[in-house]
Structures are given as structure tokens and as C-alpha cells.
Design a protein around this ligand. Sequence first.
Ligand SMILES: N[C@@H](CCC(=O)N[C@@H](CS)C(=O)NCC(=O)O)C(=O)O
Length: 165
Amino acid sequence: MLKFYFNGSPNPTKVALFLEEAGIAYQPVAVDTRKGDQFKPEYLAINPNAKVPAIDDDGVKVFDSNAILLYLAEKTGKFLPANTPANRGELLSWLMFAATGVGPYSGQAVHFKHFAPERSTTPTTAISSRRSDISAFSTTTSPTAAIWSATPIPSSTWTSGAGPA
Ligand SMILES: N[C@@H](CCC(=O)N[C@@H](CS)C(=O)NCC(=O)O)C(=O)O
């Protein structure tokens, strides 16, 4: 049965709504991110980015809420419009609007204001330190790594908590 790894925050809730509304049978698995359960090796094997939500669909592991929504929609055929180029374009536009705009910016505003006021290392550094296969990719070909390595702000400034002026 599909395992759904979650906590009570907004991104897992998007997936919970889909699972419930689609009538998909699933086993909920609570991940206590306040205690650091997301960093346990067994969870990192499901989501190397150490965040919820994630699913394990009988061996198919998917992480990141919008990837999960698209995966489930395509697998079940539910909540998808007729597969025309116009519909597909509109679906992808709104999904990516939520995935790359509204979601991250509002999430990061809350995270950095309330939970992590001190500056830290980049996400690319964090994820690549946990998965050697990603490390090989990100340090050589990732546009994100290239952008960070080209930034004029020394990493020591960030890790010291001083940040840019
Ligand atoms: N882009 C990810 C973001 C996931 C995310 O930020 N999850 C938060 C809860 S909403 C989390 O796991 N926070 C715990 C942590 O960062 O350690 C998604 O859409 O799934």
C-alpha cells in the first residue's frame, strides 16, 4: 500500500487532500520534523532533501508536493483535464506557478522569520552532502551550483550569519 510521509504543514496537506479526494488507499506515516526525524537515514532514502511530504508507492518513491500531485494525477487519471496541448499548457503553468512561486516564497518567509533567522549553507550544498550521486551531478553540471559558485558573496559571510549588506 502507498505510504504517505507527512506532518501537519501546508505541503503535505496538499497531498493529503489529493489522496482523500481521489479515494486512494494509503498508510499515513507521521514524520516529526521538529524532532529531526526527516534526517534519519531511513527517511533520507525516501527523500534526500529531508522534507515532507514524500510517498512510497509500492517501491516508487516520489518527493516534493507538486511532483507527487502530478505523479498521482497521471497515475490515477483523476483531476486532470482532457489531454490537449492547451489544457496541458494551462495545467503545467498553474502547477509550476504554485511550485516555484507562491509555495517557496511564502514558505521561506515563514521559515526564515520564525524558525531560522540565522543564515546557513545553500540547499544544493545540504542535499549534495547527503547523497553522493547528487553531489557528482550538482558540482559539475547544476545551474544552481554554477550560480552559487559565481556569486560575489563569500560563503563565510553567509555561514557567519552576517549576510550581505
Ligand atoms: N518543495 C517542497 C517543500 C517541502 C517543505 O518545505 N516541507 C516542510 C514542511 S511544509 C518541511 O519538511 N520542513 C522540515 C525541514 O525543513 O526540516 C514541497 O513542495 O514538498
